[in-house]
Design a protein around this ligand. Structure first.
Ligand code: DOR
Ligand code: ZN
Length: 351
């Protein structure tokens, strides 16, 4: 890594948490990821979800077919955990280099989670197998119990579930995805080398007032929902601290505007077109550009036991305005990029 006050060159980054969807949405959004990221962990919450090795091979082929010509982007596939997940199927996909990890959605926690896990006892044998074979578990860490306040769901999940799992499966590699709280950051910091966390660009720059104060902003709504300012500050401190447990995961989750601006709007923020520059702005504001490359390009591969990428990307302190809506061809609908129309202080000048 080289860096000066106005320019930084980092190893090519990866995105360790991404929603690419399928069909026309896939081909609309994929170029924005492939332009800057070498690899991405692709979420399996399609309808129907990706639960078998065969389905993941098919999905991977559709992603590769939708790539712009000449792209060397590599999708890393995940298996959607259900109450009926078979440990043998999971192991088969892992050994055949199809599945990189298993994704756990608590049932009813978020978009397309209705096939998720409804009782923890149902997956004990899968977790034990994953621990044995060294396969990472990626967790949407929210308690889905309707009695729990939506702003407390991450902290309650950690307390009720995750604490027990790290005791019961001490060797299981776990990524607590898209953490949104001080509780999440503190937990990961102290949980040892088998526990990592991804942090999104949006949770580093918005708090719940941005969503709710002075009018409701559906394009800032995602799950886990952004929390109070103290949590945003804790996340910024965690990712810029140099702690190697934290790594880049955009959780970019495109939805058509019609599905966001409606009575019961979908959760998800499409941020991937400018994610790197938003992260760079945060590290710059925290005076921590020295730790930027580890977060974007080293900690994730290290956690997954993969090599970091070769090749570099250069960012410069140069303002840019974030693009407007992206049309979905043939759908008479569009996707609104995160912070659309706003100015950013950093731009990618070479990759
Ligand atoms: O905001 C979110 N959107 N959170 C999730 O967990 C799922 C995602 C989606 O698939 O839209
Ligand atoms: Zn996600």
């Amino acid at each position: 890594m080289t860096s000066s006050l106005n320019k930084i060159t980092i190893l090519r980054p990866d995105d360790w948490h991404l929603h690419l969807r399928d069909g026309i949405t896939l081909s609309t959004v994929l170029p924005y990821t492939a332009e800057h990221f070498r690899r991405a962990i692709v979420m399996p919450n399609l309808t129907p979800p990706v639960t078998t090795t065969e389905q993941a091979i098919g999905y991977r082929e559709r992603i590769l077919a939708a790539l712009p010509k000449g792209s060397d982007f590599e999708p890393l596939m995940t298996c959607y955990m259900t109450d009926d997940t078979d440990p043998d199927e999971v192991e088969k996909g892992f050994r055949e280099d199809v599945f990189t990890a298993v994704k756990l959605y608590p049932a009813q926690a978020t978009t397309n989670s209705e096939f998720g896990v409804s009782a923890w006892d149902n997956i004990r044998n899968v977790l034990a197998r994953m621990e044995k074979i060294g396969m990472p578990l990626l967790i949407h860490g929210e308690e889905a119990d309707p009695e729990i306040d939506i702003f407390d769901r991450e902290a309650v999940f950690i307390d009720r579930v995750l604490k027990n799992w790290i005791r019961d499966y001490p060797e299981l590699k776990i990524v607590l995805e898209h953490i949104t709280t001080k509780d999440g950051a503190d937990f990961v910091r102290h949980a040892g080398k088998n526990i990592g966390a991804t942090v999104t660009p949006h949770h580093l720059v918005i708090n719940r007032n941005d969503i709710l104060a002075g009018g409701i902003r559906p394009h800032l709504y995602c799950l886990p929902i952004a929390k109070r300012e103290i949590h945003r500050i804790a996340l910024r401190e965690a990712v810029t601290s140099g702690d190697r447990s934290f790594f880049l995961g955009t959780d970019s989750a495109p939805h058509p505007i019609s599905a966001k601006e409606t009575d019961c709007g979908c959760a998800g923020i499409f941020n991937v077109a400018n994610a790197i520059e938003v992260y760079a702005g945060v590290f710059d504001e925290m005076d921590a550009l020295d730790h930027f490359e580890a977060f974007t390009s080293r900690n994730g591969p290290d956690f997954y036991g993969l090599e970091s990428n070769s090749g570099t990307m250069t960012l410069e302190r140069k303002t840019q305005r974030i693009m407007g809506d992206i049309e979905i061809p043939g759908e008479n609908d569009s996707i609104r990029p995160f912070l659309s129309g706003e100015e950013l202080g950093w731009s990618i000048t070479k990759d």
